[in-house]
Design a protein around this ligand. Structure first.
Ligand code: SF4
Length: 172
């Protein structure tokens, strides 16, 4: 029943809000955030548990002047600690998770198809996160919006406590 309600939220209410957002552009991000928060609440209410979790990250978490290529293989990261990619690899290793960086929706979809997780913890901006959650339904996804102190798509950050907590939610 809760998954059906989530389906209605994602497949009916979300497109209606995005249509409204195309007229009320200054509210669109707020609508996306609302859908992410509602989805997270419904996923938590389902109480689904699994160890097969995929942690999906946006490329913009990598600091701009790092020339290591992490999109094909995040483990190319040298763990220098100048950005949170190092910490996120540590979190994935601690929890024995699959971890990928996606540069867009189509790559994210391919990663999900190949990794075959049972649940996803995803970090992205509100736009990519909300559309990714909708695309992935009925897969349970906990979405964590990134922080953008320097504006969109540039040296973004994420609250690592929220990432840890979301992984623990599915895994414990
Ligand atoms: S931790 Fe260092 S090597 Fe790894 S992605 Fe960030 S800046 Fe590059």
């Amino acid at each position: 029943m809760k998954n059906l309600i989530r389906g209605i939220v994602l497949k009916v209410i979300y497109p209606m809000l995005m249509l409204a957002g195309s007229f009320l552009k200054d509210r669109k991000e707020r609508f996306q955030l609302f859908i992410i928060a509602l989805n997270n609440r419904l996923v938590r209410a389902q109480g689904f548990k699994t160890k097969r979790i995929l942690l999906l990250l946006p490329h913009c978490l990598q600091i701009n002047d790092c020339d290591v290529r992490i999109t094909n293989d995040i483990y190319n990261c040298k763990r220098c600690g100048r950005c949170e990619i190092k910490d996120l690899i540590g979190i994935a290793d601690e929890n024995n998770l699959k971890l990928f960086v996606a540069t867009g929706g189509s790559l994210a979809r391919r990663i999900v198809k190949e990794a075959k997780p049972e649940a996803i913890v995803a970090v992205a901006c509100e736009r990519d996160l909300s559309s990714g959650i909708v695309d992935s339904y009925p897969m349970p996804v906990l979405g964590i919006p990134n922080e953008r102190p320097f504006g969109p798509c540039f040296n973004t950050r994420v609250d690592l406590t929220r990432v840890r907590e979301a992984i623990e939610f599915f895994g414990k």
